[in-house]
Design a protein around this ligand. Structure first.
Ligand code: 3PG
Length: 307
């Protein structure tokens, strides 16, 4: 019988797990869970006899793919798939998919939750600042960027975006000024929100040169991936510019150094929280389960990443 594993080091909400089980079992498959695991060995053992895997930020590298002898499909319930070794999947004839857009609203809302918390000095009673009238730059106008744009406009921010893969027309239709260069975006905006994936090209691309273009009282908001930041450059810049702040849903590798040196100019979530809402868990988890059923029963390859 077809066996589907849900392997989540950071589990979905119960409602999402129940929904996944229902979809999988209705298709006549078995659903098994590996939640809150702490050792890679637990994942290696759990994948040994499964046909399909649903993951979140869980690492599916060559070792995991090789250990999963019956594996046909792995679905990342979420957007970013830098945690999957696509080459290893392709070599083994395993289909890899993601569920783009399903958790986008949750991430977009967190951007503003963190910005307000920071702008209001953690609600400590001191006077903070408002978002209205401030310049806001969206770095990459994908599923999250588009929702972020709507919310920013609702706050009365002056919204700009840069995305070389999206036409000016599409961006401008959202009431956002589309800029032609990344430098322009960083130069123009007091707040910049990152929505780029971690790829060979983007890793460490947010560097000193770019960040130093940002105007006075700059705030960089990172709900994307820590890898896209050049942390040494960021540390250097924050040392030089006492007006520069860094807000991130992805604790930097050098978090301790940031916390020690710039305690009142940083805000990091304790655990990656962008997609951690019941709604996002249900949207992404159920989409993943449906994609597995559609692939195994009908060969549907929509959302395949390793074509
Ligand atoms: C994503 O790429 O979809 C987000 O970063 C969410 O990741 P998570 O499912 O591990 O919270």
């Amino acid at each position: 019988m077809t066996k589907v594993l849900v392997a989540t080091e950071k589990p979905f909400a119960k409602e999402a797990v129940d929904g996944i089980k229902e979809i999988v079992e209705k298709a006549g498959f078995t659903c098994v869970l590996l939640e809150n695991y702490t050792e890679k060995q637990q994942l290696l053992s759990a994948v040994a006899d499964v046909d399909a895997i649903i993951i979140r930020s869980d690492i599916v590298d060559k070792e995991v793919v090789d250990a999963a002898k019956n594996l046909k499909i792995v679905v990342r319930a979420g957007a970013g798939y830098d945690n999957i070794d696509l080459e290893a999947c392709t070599t083994k004839g395993v289909v890899a998919m993601n569920t783009p857009g399903q958790n986008a609203n949750a991430v977009a809302e967190l951007v503003f939750g963190m910005m307000i918390f920071f702008a209001r000095v953690g609600f400590n009673g001191k006077s903070g600042t408002e978002l209205r009238g401030k310049t806001f730059g969206i770095h990459a106008f994908g599923n999250i960027g588009r929702i972020v744009a709507k919310i920013a406009r609702g706050f009365g921010m002056i919204v700009f975006a840069y995305d070389p893969f999206v036409s000016h027309d599409i961006i401008e239709k959202e009431g956002v000024t589309s800029l032609s260069s990344i430098e322009e975006l960083y130069k123009t905006c007091q707040y910049v929100s990152l929505h780029i994936p971690a790829t060979e090209k983007t890793i460490k691309s947010i560097n000193y040169k770019l960040l130093s273009l940002m105007p006075k009282n700059a705030v960089l908001v990172n709900t994307a991936r820590k890898e896209v930041i050049n942390e040494d450059d960021m540390l250097r810049l924050m040392e030089e510019r006492k007006d520069f702040a860094y807000i991130a849903d992805v604790r930097p590798s050098k978090a301790a150094e940031f916390e020690e040196k710039f305690a009142n100019r940083i805000l990091f979530t304790a655990k990656k929280s962008g997609a951690q809402t019941e709604e996002a868990n249900i949207n992404a988890g159920l989409a993943a389960a449906n994609q597995i059923v559609a692939f195994i029963s009908k060969g549907d390859r929509n959302f395949q990443l390793n074509k």
